[in-house]
Design a protein around this ligand. Structure first.
Ligand code: CP3
Length: 345
């Protein structure tokens, strides 16, 4: 038994190596859980769901009750920030998010003054979850990073190659950076609010960081991420911040060194041996099991869990997926994953 006074997840983020890595799963509150689908059916639509603190708090807690993960992540979505900026966002069942496409030349129209009014229900979700958590479970708040949020705003939803966003970034750089700065400033306010409401760690999702040439990566990923973190720190918030520049590849080390993050979340494609050499010494890492392995289950799942734990031995390491859990994963596979990670306890 571990009687350490500190939550293992938070201790790992301070740089301490645990004998058993703490574990949580990206998108752990979601459709693979029948109890999630039951609560989800009570809300008229996904956005209303996110803005209903009692429902959102309940689904945040569901995976903790069922699996005893080491961290809970507040239930919300990265696409609530565009709403705070004055944009319309809706979800089409079975398809995904939709937004009115936004042209960055109009970046001055993005509203910087409505964060609290629009996003205060998310603070309320955190305040309701916090007292319900077991003593050893940490609470994570999050937001999307400006580039990833901008891709949804400009494309009007998800897109395969983010073409309009990439062209705008190169052709109207002043306006494009103005848009990213506005997203960053509202995101910083939002994260500061989350910390005040009880979030013990913050995570920045940059899900579409892949494939950018270095000068663009520096401008649209590193710079706005640093802008957020500088503002959050200037406000006196000291909680750890995990960055997830999915697909950053060889640019992961620059991201890790230059943004001010505390810890780095890795995607499925990274090679641990190389990462160990190029990441800042002692920086905690999180990741990066292939979600398809969790779907596959069986011996493959055990083998991949063992491989990752061995690959990160001696490093402060938080076990997680390399991207979100998928809706059809059997609950038994998640149980198997946890049993394998915790077998030595
Ligand atoms: O459990 C948790 O992780 C907390 C909640 C959470 C959600 N979305 C709930 C959600 C978090 C942290 C997110 C982050 C998010 N949202 C990201 C970054 C992480 C990643 O996956 O790359 C992105 C890109 C989004 C945007 C988004 N939200 C998309 C593209 C979609 C549709 C696709 C899909 O998975 O359905 C969503 C909807 C969404 N967000 C769902 C959930 C549980 C499913 C919708 C539903 O239940 O009706």
């Amino acid at each position: 038994m571990n009687h350490s006074p500190e939550k293992p997840f938070l201790s790992t983020l301070k740089g301490n190596v645990q004998s058993t890595p703490p574990v949580w799963l990206m998108r752990q509150a979601g459709r693979y859980l029948s109890e999630y689908r039951e609560v989800r059916a009570k809300a008229a639509n996904f956005i209303d769901f996110c803005f209903s603190p009692d429902l959102a708090a309940e689904v945040t807690l569901q995976p903790i009750r069922r699996f005893g993960f080491d961290a809970a992540i507040m239930f919300a979505d990265i696409l609530l920030v565009p709403i705070a900026l004055g944009r319309k966002v809706w979800f089409v069942a079975g398809e995904g998010p939709r937004l009115e496409p936004f042209d960055p030349v109009n970046y001055r129209d993005l509203d910087l003054n409505r964060m609290e009014e629009v996003l205060s229900p998310i603070g309320e979700t955190l305040r309701r979850v916090k007292p319900e958590l077991p003593d050893e479970t940490a609470l994570i708040g999050f937001a999307g990073s400006p580039w990833t949020v901008a891709t949804y705003m400009i494309e009007g939803g998800g897109s395969k190659d983010r073409w309009n966003t990439r062209v705008a970034a190169w052709s109207t750089p002043h306006e494009f950076d103005g848009m990213l700065d506005r997203i960053a400033d509202v995101t910083a306010q939002y994260l500061i609010m989350q910390a005040a409401a009880g979030a013990e760690t913050l995570k920045l999702f940059d899900s579409w960081a892949e494939g950018l040439p270095e000068p663009l990566f520096e401008r649209v990923i590193i710079r706005p991420t640093k802008r957020i973190i500088d503002q959050v720190r200037e406000a006196g918030v000291t909680v750890p911040i995990i960055g997830f520049p999915r697909g950053a590849g060889t640019l992961y080390p620059r991201y890790a060194r230059e943004t001010g993050i505390t810890a780095i979340a890795l995607d499925t494609g990274v090679q641990p041996e190389w990462m160990r050499e190029v990441l800042p010494e002692g920086m905690p890492v999180q990741g990066h099991l292939d979600p398809a392995v969790l779907m596959a289950g069986g011996d493959t799942l055990n083998r991949e869990v063992d491989r990752l734990i061995a690959a990160w031995s001696g490093r402060p390491y938080i076990f997680n997926l390399g991207h979100g859990i998928t809706p059809h994963v059997p609950v038994a596979h998640v149980e198997q994953l946890l049993a394998r990670i915790r077998q030595g306890e």
